[in-house]
Write a protein that binds this ligand. Sequence first.
Ligand SMILES: Cc1cc2nc3c(=O)[nH]c(=O)nc-3n(C[C@H](O)[C@H](O)[C@H](O)COP(=O)(O)O)c2cc1C
Length: 162
Amino acid sequence: MTELHHFTDALDGPVYVVTAAAGQERAGCLVGFASQCSIHPPRFVVWLSTANHTYRVAREAPYLTVHLLRRDQTELAELFGGETGDRVDKFARAAWRPGAEGSPVLAEAEIWFTGRVEGQIEGGDHVGFLLAPDREGPPVEGPPPALLRYGDVRHMEAGHPA
Ligand SMILES: Cc1cc2nc3c(=O)[nH]c(=O)nc-3n(C[C@H](O)[C@H](O)[C@H](O)COP(=O)(O)O)c2cc1C
């Protein structure tokens, strides 16, 4: 048995903000555990900690929206990764608009997609949400922006205790 630290310490993947809406409730958090998992059909999985407010809303949400951040968008990352919806209304502090079935689309994030939740996958203390992409933001003009990555935010203290 190993804690996998040597392996994961070498990783520096992009981080995402995943948002959800169910009824009148909205939620969103910073996510490092996420990946495309199928090409035909296109599918993507995001892993949410069962401790998080976002998980509790996502369980009832028909769609989730997955946003990439630019490397300079550390304030948004701090808001969604360093605060919990159990204590603050993140959507009063960030501009957003309702997308598919109200799924919040953050105004400052240029690259995003909204996916229909096709299933949930038990993964230990995180649950995978299998997403079938439904719509995405327009293509980015010019060279792709430098993305916010795990190494940029690894110092950040998660807003919700695990
Ligand atoms: C670098 C980093 C990566 C994170 N990755 C995940 C993740 O993959 N899944 C997750 O559920 N939470 C992850 N978190 C933790 C949540 O973003 C954090 O606890 C947040 O405050 C939860 O907010 P909520 O309670 O409003 O959902 C990560 C936090 C940081 C700083």
